[in-house]
Design a protein around this ligand. Structure first.
Ligand code: PAF
Length: 286
């Protein structure tokens, strides 16, 4: 295995256009590595970006504390099949400066699927503006033929699919979805799982157990009640635990269309908290 090349200057990406691109914020775990392996099965070079994107964090969020184990990330990315790690500086992606880039993000046409008042937008109204902005800039610089996103951030995946499908400048880019990878206790892998103190770890199982419980329901309302009560039993603060149309994320009116259970809950402990996400295809046969 050769170490991947590290590129910091976007001009050097020129020769890599047409490859497969995996965007990450680093802190790589098996979930990311499965996306890189998926990219490596495709034609062309695999480019993995590592950039902790300031525009998708609110001032009170964990931007400064976000894990940045660069040497380990580069090694793991290479072992999984990355040819090039793109490690841009903030000024490469936001030449207008961080403060001004927030205005650009606000002016960006973010797809409607980002704007559900009961989903991510409720607690993190800044989030999808920042994600769409950074992904737009990365796709413009890397110009891949395909890009891989994880299903764990289900709403993000739908937002990116809609953004890429809705803008001619992204023509020719395929968005590939990578399945959720889970820890042995069922918890969906996330860079933020490292924040959970071991004594509180059993409570985090509440998310996958809530999805298991919803499998027994025959209506969206029943599934939502079962998820909520399982989360509360594990002392998780529920942000949302809903059944939605898989693609539009609208409340379900037509059970013949694919439906998805989507959960976000916070695990509070003595000296902090971790926000946890999970989801699962949830066909309800009423
Ligand atoms: O899912 C993530 O890690 C981030 O939101 C992404 C897509 C890399 C954009 O910063």
């Amino acid at each position: 295995m050769t170490q991947p090349r590290i590129i910091e200057n976007p001009a050097e990406l020129e020769a890599l256009a047409g490859g497969c691109f995996v965007p990450t914020m680093g802190g790589l775990h098996d979930g990311h590595l499965s996306l890189i392996r998926e990219a490596a099965r495709r034609q062309g070079p695999v480019v993995t970006s590592i950039f902790v994107n300031p525009t998708q964090f609110a001032p009170d969020e964990d931007f400064d504390a976000y894990p940045r184990p660069l040497d380990r990330d580069v090694r793991l990315a290479g072992e999984a099949g990355t040819d090039v790690v793109y490690f841009p500086s903030e000024s490469c992606l936001y030449p207008e400066g961080r403060a001004a880039s927030k205005t650009t993000a606000a002016g960006l046409s973010v797809p409607g699927v980002a704007k559900h008042p009961q989903l991510e937008d409720a607690g993190r109204p800044h989030f999808f503006g920042g994600v769409c902005l950074v992904v737009t800039r990365l796709l413009e610089q890397i110009r891949p033929s395909a890009t891989v996103f994880g299903e764990k951030d289900w709403q993000q995946l739908q937002v990116i699919r809609a953004m890429v499908a809705g803008d001619a400048k992204f023509d020719g880019i395929e968005v590939i979805a990578g399945p959720i990878v889970r820890e042995s206790d069922g918890l969906a892998m996330s860079s933020r799982n490292a924040y959970i103190p071991p004594a509180h770890r059993p409570r985090a199982r509440g998310l996958s157990l809530a999805l298991d419980a919803a499998e027994n329901a025959t209506t969206p309302e029943e599934a939502e009640t079962l998820m909520r009560s399982t989360l509360e039993t594990h002392r998780l603060e529920v942000e949302y635990a809903v059944i939605r149309d898989s693609e539009s994320l609208m409340p379900v009116t037509d059970l013949s269309r694919p439906t998805r259970a989507i959960i976000t809950a916070t695990l509070d402990f003595e000296v902090g908290s971790v926000r946890l996400l999970d989801n699962r295809a949830m066909p309800l046969v009423g």
